[in-house]
Design a protein around this ligand. Sequence first.
Ligand code: HEC
Ligand code: HEC
Ligand code: HEC
Length: 113
Amino acid sequence: MMNNRIVLFCLVSLVLSAAIVFAHGQGREEISLHGGKMGDITFPHHMHHGVVNDCMVCHKDFPMEPGALQTSKKAGTLKKKQVMNKTCLKCHRDRKKAGKAYGPVKCSGCHIK
Ligand code: HEC
Ligand code: HEC
Ligand code: HEC
């Protein structure tokens, strides 16, 4: 009797965690990021999955969790504008130089007031 309940509990937990991984695995399609005084950024996340091809290009500096940029900046593991300069702008500028399709390089291209 007891053993059956434990088995059932394990199965239910397994199905639930698989559903959570499935729902959150790729993250949100579009994410609103905090941009301080400059205004927030509407970031097309899934569009970048296609261009960038490697999650860790961005996620090496912050975890795959909602609000990770703000949480990491508050915890001091990430400097303000670090991701903007070293990840976002760096790639967009390098690609522009290389003559490839690139994302915004001007403030107002990302920060919407
Ligand atoms: C071009 C940069 C970039 C790439 C590449 C990228 N992400 Fe993200 N990801 C972000 C940003 C920015 C956030 C938002 C963090 C925050 O909310 O502060 C995020 C958040 C997430 C989250 C948290 C849930 C959410 O929707 O906020 C998950 C899960 C995630 N990403 C998964 C992935 C996976 C899987 C890949 C590769 C297929 C990937 N990301 C590639 C930038 C990127
Ligand atoms: C390619 C997109 C992009 C461009 C272009 C861009 N930013 Fe950002 N900016 C971001 C992102 C993403 C963040 C949040 C992550 C971070 O702080 O690194 C941010 C954050 C900021 C912040 C807030 C930092 C904080 O935590 O308080 C300021 C201020 C800022 N940017 C100013 C600027 C200025 C000024 C320019 C133009 C010279 C500019 N940004 C251009 C993407 C961009
Ligand atoms: C490794 C390269 C790379 C990184 C890193 C990257 N981007 Fe991009 N981004 C691109 C490319 C390439 C495009 C243009 C795609 C196209 O037009 O086909 C783009 C386009 C964009 C656009 C314009 C989307 C549109 O609808 O026109 C925004 C906004 C943007 N990126 C913001 C960001 C932010 C914010 C970050 C950092 C969190 C970031 N990008 C990191 C390569 C990158």
